[in-house]
Design a protein around this ligand. Sequence first.
Ligand SMILES: C[S@@+](CC[C@H](N)C(=O)[O-])C[C@H]1O[C@@H](n2cnc3c(N)ncnc32)[C@H](O)[C@@H]1O
Length: 330
Amino acid sequence: MQSGTPEVSLWHFATAYYASRCLHVLAEIGVADALDAAPASSEVLAQAIGADAAALGRLMRVTAAHGVFRKTADGWVHTPQSELLRSDHPRSMRAFVCMTGGDMAWRGAGVLTHSARTGATAVESIVPGGIWAYFKDNPEKGKLFNASMAAKANAEIDGFVSAVDASGYQMIADIGGGRGHFLAALLDKAPHARGVLFDQPQVVADAPHRDRIELQGGDFFKGPLPRADAYLISNILHDWRDPEAAAILSQVRAVAPDHAEVLVIENVLSEEPTQEIAQTMDIMMLTVGGGQERTLSEYAALFAAANLRVDRVIPTSRTISVIVGKPILQ
Ligand SMILES: C[S@@+](CC[C@H](N)C(=O)[O-])C[C@H]1O[C@@H](n2cnc3c(N)ncnc32)[C@H](O)[C@@H]1O
């Protein structure tokens, strides 16, 4: 078969998940932690982590073709991408990669046909109640998920913090803030401000205690939510279908003072198909999260359903955008 033909293109596409799978496995078995500044052979790495040298080298050859590890005459060396698989990297994404290849995501992808046929979330066909109920009943898995969200945010936070002007906010509430990573980063830039981290009780119980951040456990569907000048809603609305997403925004609207700003942080879908992260995330939501990614006009409709209006959209240097909403005043 000639390269560049439709057949070869389809072949590549049909088997592309093997490359992702190699990445998941390498993150899981911790090979990046075993590779330091000096080059190391597959044999040395395999011995350090308890793997088969030949199989390990074959997996690394695949990820190296995607820029994760590099083979030299002296052995394997790190690349900027493989460094991010180290557990001790300050911006480590290892937990996120492990989550995307973890039990829930991988088994969910295996039953995606259920979503295609019914429109329902794939994981709910194997885990009744979906992931939030599952994490509540399995606290250790929940902790891993929270760590993966903090790791994923390492790819987003710098872009968010440098794009947002927080000088006018005295009190910032992070709704469904997980471990509070977005809020903490924004407060570093706003030394005059204070924050409230609002999430489920078992999540805030596990969140780090930080200066100027109050922890509040609760349910964002029931409230009451804290009163604040700015509300961060980061990677939350994409977890839910329209009625639930609008209900969360309505809870915010119910307590927000007239001058408040609602900062929705999401990967916004383009109107046309492109190979962007938002499209892949959309299928991840269909498979596991239960929600969906949205276009800007779909966010505007959600805001309107909650009596909010889109005031402006702030692009960032990363893939995420910040959609800033304000209360519609009667
Ligand atoms: C995808 S994570 C996003 C975390 C964080 N905002 C971020 O951007 O990394 C979704 C968060 O919503 C929280 N959550 C889910 N259901 C909730 C509820 N009913 N009330 C409050 N928080 C909830 C989860 O605990 C989790 O921390």
